[in-house]
Design a protein around this ligand. Structure first.
Ligand SMILES: Cc1cc2nc3c(=O)[nH]c(=O)nc-3n(C[C@H](O)[C@H](O)[C@H](O)COP(=O)(O)O)c2cc1C
Length: 157
């Protein structure tokens, strides 16, 4: 599967469990795809039992930011183990909070989708989280996407 090129997204949610006011959480993912147009559904596959899996089990609403080629450092940061116990994880990451989900939408992404979970399917060691797209936002001037192929980040061209 290292030979299947993938686009890199940042899946985010507002983790209400983390202290009285909660904290923003995020995870780098390539197992993300468009499932249906009518209704608009997308899917992300999350490792079962991971912190992000737990958060998405508790939070119906979440978001996905489709990362641009310049956002490689962000992808690295949100793939680090233990990052979700860092309360300052999003402090230096410019973002807004999604109107409908409360989830962070990172600035500079090609597009952002706010979603509501329709169903969760356990599949081997991962959970497939299928979400209905509630709202989308497109960057006015999108550059190229951030890709992942054969163990490394890439760009088009
Ligand atoms: C390029 C890339 C793509 C990834 N895609 C996924 C994915 O689709 N689903 C997933 O559960 N984890 C994915 N991961 C792993 C997570 O980003 C993260 O590293 C993992 O959750 C480890 O952190 P944790 O042990 O705190 O959960 C990916 C990592 C990288 C670097």
């Amino acid at each position: 599967m290292a030979r299947l090129a993938g686009a890199v997204v940042l899946v985010t949610a507002h983790d209400e469990d983390d202290g009285p006011r909660g904290a923003p959480a995020g995870m780098t993912a390539t197992a993300f795809l468009s499932v249906s147009l009518d209704p608009p559904l997308v899917l992300v596959s999350v490792r079962g039992g991971s912190r992000m899996d737990e958060i998405l089990e508790q939070r119906d609403r979440w978001a996905a930011s489709l990362l641009g080629a310049e956002q490689r450092p962000l992808a690295g940061r949100f793939a680090m183990r233990g990052r979700l116990s860092d309360r300052l994880l999003f402090r230096e990451v410019p973002h807004t909070l999604g109107e409908l989900s409360g989830a962070p939408l990172v600035e500079g992404a090609l597009a952002a989708l706010e979603c509501e979970t329709e169903s969760r399917v356990e599949a081997g060691d991962h959970t497939l989280v299928i979400g209905r797209v509630l709202r989308t936002a497109l960057a006015p001037e999108a550059g190229g996407p951030l890709l992942y192929y054969r163990g490394d980040y890439r760009r088009l061209g």
